[in-house]
Design a protein around this ligand. Structure first.
Ligand SMILES: O=c1ccn([C@H]2C[C@H](O)[C@@H](CO)O2)c(=O)[nH]1
Ligand SMILES: [Zn+2]
Length: 132
């Protein structure tokens, strides 16, 4: 959670002014990311996916857990629904397991099973595939 909060400081969020940071534990190393927005709003990528893709780019295929922090949460009227979005849950499903813990905004923790009980999967998970 500390790494997630630190990562949020680099958030590029001039449109939403909503700074989010995420940190994943993979192979004993913490990889972090922040949300990166775009003038073409739909191109925005969440902090969670940046953190996970950074871990994958470093050679990891399995994430142990993920923490997400929004440093602007206290000022936000949407505080009650600060949960990872569906796209990020699907990406967590790709590299985690049903038991992967999500530590959300310092409030409480959830398993992926709780938040995405019916994740879409194609055969073997990415982590156990050989080759690419
Ligand atoms: O779990 C979340 C929810 C939202 N955002 C980002 C996307 C966008 O930049 C801003 C507002 O939705 O927050 C994240 O990074 N992670
Ligand atoms: Zn997301």
């Amino acid at each position: 959670m500390q790494a997630a909060r630190a990562a949020a400081e680099a958030s590029y969020s001039p449109y939403s002014r909503f700074r989010v940071g995420a940190a994943v534990l993979a192979g004993g190393t913490v990889f972090s990311g922040c949300n990166v927005e775009n003038a073409s709003y739909g191109l925005t990528v969440c902090a969670e996916r940046i953190a996970i893709f950074t871990a994958v780019a470093a050679g990891h295929r399995r994430i142990a857990c993920i923490a997400v922090a929004c440093v602007d949460a206290e000022a936000s009227a949407t505080q009650a629904s600060l949960m990872p979005c569906g796209a990020c849950l699907q990406v967590i499903a790709e590299f985690g397991t049903a038991d992967t813990q999500l530590h959300v905004h310092g409030s409480r923790s959830y398993t992926l099973r709780e938040l995405l009980p019916y994740a879409f999967r194609l055969g073997q998970p990415a982590s156990s595939r050989s080759g690419c």
